[in-house]
Design a binder for this molecule. Structure first.
Ligand code: GRF
Length: 197
């Protein structure tokens, strides 16, 4: 069994999709055990409802100590894989290096397009619509020092429709995120088990 931590800052719909997949036995040897949030949010409540350990590391209160506090929680809970699911704080290089190949993120665009600093939430979808793209989607990738720049593990595409707004596009992509993320995590758990024994 491999222990999964989910890091979130928002509504937690991806967290919910991962927990649902776990309940249905679709995550192979991966078990969600911990949710860390950097602000009070719905994701924490959803995690608590499912019996996960929940930790609030309020960025407004602990500021620059957040990375260290996060590192402590991940070690204490003997975490094997970390999934960022709408986590909005920057993860510093010390942590990304320690978790190389075991920390993943989901981003609501077809990376490498529309990623990087400032590209989060509706900013992503607005940029896609402004550019007149006819496709967008979501990407699961390894977390590295470079924002949204790590190796891509999987993508799903959606068509951009003529009357799409940032909200309608975001909602359609979110449905794909909920399908893609648990699947990639399940595959990663098998790969990591095979590699590390
Ligand atoms: C998702 O669109 C994800 O791609 C992005 O943040 C959003 C999180 O949504 N990184 P939720 O909190 O999982 O509902």
């Amino acid at each position: 069994m491999l222990r999964l931590a989910i890091l979130a800052s928002g509504s937690g719909s991806n967290l919910q999709a991962i927990l649902d997949a776990s309940k249905e036995g679709l995550l192979n040897n991966l078990v969600p055990v911990l949710c860390v949030a950097d602000r009070p949010c719905r994701a924490l409540e959803r995690a608590a409802d499912r019996g996960l350990k929940t930790v609030l590391l309020d960025r407004k209160k602990i500021g620059t100590k957040l990375p260290e506090a996060l590192d402590c929680q991940l070690s204490e809970q003997k975490i094997d894989i970390v999934a960022l699911a709408g986590w909005l704080s920057i993860i510093n290089g010390k942590i990304t290096r320690k978790w190389t190949g075991r920390m993943v993120n989901i981003h609501p665009s077809l990376l490498p397009e529309y990623g990087g600093k400032g590209m989060y939430g509706e900013h992503v979808h607005k940029a896609v619509l402004d550019a007149g793209e006819n496709q967008s989607g979501c990407t699961v990738h390894f977390v590295t020092d470079s924002i949204d720049g790590g190796k891509i593990l999987g993508q799903s595409r959606v068509n951009v429709l003529k009357n799409d707004t940032t909200e309608s596009l975001a909602a359609r992509i979110l449905i794909e995120e909920h399908r893609l993320y648990p699947k990639i995590l399940a595959d990663l758990a098998v790969d990591i088990r095979a590699y590390h024994g």
